[in-house]
Design a protein around this ligand. Structure first.
Ligand SMILES: Nc1ncnc2c1ncn2[C@@H]1O[C@H](COP(=O)(O)OP(=O)(O)OP(=O)(O)O)[C@@H](O)[C@H]1O
Ligand SMILES: [Mg+2]
Length: 243
């Protein structure tokens, strides 16, 4: 489903930085991959390259066989194939929950309003907040807002869901409800790439854990071997800090 090969990304401001160094990642349909690594190691940059919020400088990225780096690609449609959920929710504050879900379905997926609303209501039920369709984001808890954000991404029928620290901004008692929605998604066979510090989630749900350091994908393994017998010094040192 995802084939990223030798992806390189440079930033030039405030100074030159080689943020991704030949980063490669293959994710099969239905697989869940968790990415971990120190702050600044390039985790967010890599995710952002996977739906072209950042344009990789070189390498190859295929999503279900489609070339994401093709300059002629229909970018809004391609981007809709890879739903992205951020730490900071990014809901439209002046739109109701329902409208947050409806808008892109009409503009990008070309659905009728009626169709988009029906789909939205079904997804809000699925993430456990069906009754909140008429309120504004600020009237919701953080956990509820994040579930709206997940539902909004799902409304585009993505082939892949990318999560960038989706629970890091939440109060501890709300982390579980968001992780539960993500676990359901994984069980239903969604292809997912998740940057997270929730090692319980990684152990329980991930098919593979990937460790990044200084823009490099340093190692990857199934959670069992990854946590019990990491092979790199840097991975061992990092796990010591966070576990
Ligand atoms: N738009 C940008 N312009 C310049 N530098 C950037 C930009 N985005 C990221 N960087 C730099 O690229 C490097 C990788 O950043 P990135 O956000 O991908 O790290 P991360 O692994 O997600 O870190 P964290 O765990 O803190 O979220 C960092 O040194 C960061 O400062
Ligand atoms: Mg990040």
């Amino acid at each position: 489903m995802i084939q990223a090969r030798n992806v390189n990304k440079y930033f030039y401001v405030p100074q030159e930085l080689h943020a991704l160094k030949d980063a490669s990642l293959e994710v099969a349909a239905g697989e869940v991959v968790v990415i971990i690594g120190p702050s600044g190691s390039g985790k967010s940059t890599f995710l952002r390259c996977l739906n072209r919020l950042e344009y990789a400088d070189s390498g190859e990225i295929l999503i279900d066989g489609e070339d994401l780096l093709d300059p002629r690609a229909e970018i809004n449609r391609l981007r809709a194939e890879t739903g992205m959920v951020f730490q900071s929710f990014n809901l439209f504050p002046h739109k109701t929950v329902l409208e947050n879900l409806v808008m892109a379905q009409i503009s990008v997926r070309k659905r009728s309003r009626k169709e988009a609303e029906a789909k939205s209501m079904e997804l809000l039920q699925r993430v456990g907040i069906g009754e909140k369709f008429g309120v504004y984001p600020e009237q919701l808890s953080g956990g509820q807002q994040q579930r709206v954000a997940i539902a909004r991404s799902l409304a585009m029928d993505p082939k892949v869901m990318l999560f960038d620290e989706p629970t890091s901004a939440l109060d501890p008692e709300m982390v579980g409800e968001v992780l539960d929605v993500m676990k359901d998604l994984a069980r239903e066979g969604m292809t997912m790439v998740v940057v997270t510090h929730e090692m319980g989630f990684a152990r329980e749900v991930a098919d593979r854990v990937v460790f990044m350091d200084h823009g490099v994908v340093l190692e990857e393994a199934a959670p069992g071997p990854f946590f019990s017998a990491p092979s790199h010094e840097r991975t061992i040192a990092f796990l010591k800090q966070i576990l």
